[in-house]
Ligand binder design. Structure first.
Ligand code: ADP
Ligand code: ADP
Length: 228
């Protein structure tokens, strides 16, 4: 589902973030991406949904060859990928319901189907009873659950999470992890960058460690491997 070969990324300012990286991720895997700050984790993740382009190397995601994809096809490509950020990135003036419905770019869908889909996904993240609230009225953990709902409302094959628990306390972080595991159990590939030693060492999954823009470790049931 994700295949990267010989990936290099040098930003316009001359900083090389990725320095020769090969990765293969199968449909349905759950992968943690770990490593020191500045190692290249975010860059690695941003390549997967074409937020960045590599300077060199080939990338296939969901059978789309990102070296060849036409600009006009990128929105369609991204519809199959959900993204969750550390800082939630919700629209502050819209309700929970509207934040999630907004992401449903299904012009041909009836309002009835959209409503059903939004309420299903809010149920999945245990927020059906807060559909009318605005983000400011929610706790951090609830806001992150809205952002997860928004990310999966299109049934993406791939869910990318860039430090999803980075702003949350430990109890709330475990709730978020439970939801991510439930999403993964339905067959969605999950790629999660994290600095949480506790999470990585407790919920064992594949661990890809990036250091200085290269794969330092890639272990099937790995550990965090750094001091927290
Ligand atoms: P990590 O997520 O592991 O902290 P990043 O991928 O964010 O690593 O960054 C890797 C390197 O690339 C760092 O030196 C960082 O400063 C640099 N970098 C990241 N994004 C940009 C950018 N948009 N422009 C220039 N340099 C960048
Ligand atoms: P009810 O019929 O009791 O409102 P629903 O399951 O239809 O229950 O909706 C649950 C929540 O979702 C309610 O808070 C409702 O305001 C909100 N909601 C439903 N549809 C929409 C919509 N189209 N736009 C905004 N909020 C909606």
């Amino acid at each position: 589902m994700i295949d990267m070969q010989g990936i290099y990324k040098t930003y316009p300012n001359g900083v090389t973030a990725l320095n020769g990286l090969d990765v293969h991720i199968e449909q349905g895997e759950f992968v943690y991406v770990v490593g020191p700050s500045g190692a290249g984790k975010s860059t690695f993740i941003r390549l997967m949904f074409r937020e960045e382009k590599p300077t060199k190397g080939s990338i296939m995601v969901n059978s789309t060859n990102l070296n060849k994809v036409k600009e006009r096809k990128i929105p369609n490509f991204r519809r199959n990928i959900g993204v969750v950020y550390q800082d939630f990135r919700l629209l502050p003036k819209l309700s929970v319901y509207e934040n999630v419905a907004f992401a449903l770019e299904v012009i041909e869908e009836s309002p009835k189907n959209i409503k059903r889909r939004v309420m299903d996904v809010l149920d999945q993240v245990r927020l059906k009873n807060k559909a009318r609230f605005i983000p400011d009225e929610l706790s951090g953990g609830e806001q992150q659950r809205v952002s997860i709902a928004r990310a999966i409302v299109n049934h993406p094959q791939l869910l990318i999470a860039d430090e999803p628990t980075g702003n949350l306390d430990p109890d709330t972080s475990w709730e978020i992890m439970q939801i991510l595991e439930e999403i993964n159990a339905t067959g969605t590939t999950v790629v999660m960058a994290t600095h949480s030693k506790e999470i990585v060492n407790t919920i064992r999954k594949r661990v890809i460690a990036i250091e200085d823009g290269q794969i330092a470790r890639d272990e099937k049931r790995g550990d965090y491997g750094y001091e927290a």
